[in-house]
Design a protein around this ligand. Sequence first.
Ligand code: HEC
Length: 106
Amino acid sequence: MKRSSLIVAAALVVATPVCAQKPTATKPEAIWRATCGYCHGSVPGAPELRGIGLPEETVITAARHGAPGMPVFHASEISDADLRALARWIGRQHTPLKTTPVKTAP
Ligand code: HEC
């Protein structure tokens, strides 16, 4: 892929959650970016969870109970349905997406 198309692809991926105000297919990704991705795959000690076929229950248990260095996420923060969708989404990722915020052209 050419560099220019890579940039366009990255811009699309980054721009999508911003538009996703209503529940859409991209919601799990938006939740990931807002609540998980700034640690997982981004800081030392928080392992990348995508692309390893992580079971849904592992994700749900970790979110509801926390882990060393990881906060608990209550149902008031992420609903059961959203968490299940997020867990499914994480388990289906093949390659980690870039989670670092990228400045997109106006
Ligand atoms: C503040 C940083 C931080 C945030 C935010 C965070 N985590 Fe974690 N998470 C961690 C760290 C650090 C570990 C590793 C704990 C350990 O080494 O035992 C971890 C571990 C995990 C594990 C592995 C648990 C296991 O049994 O091996 C899962 C799954 C997980 N997190 C899911 C999530 C999900 C889903 C979210 C978002 C809803 C999230 N985390 C948000 C820091 C974070």
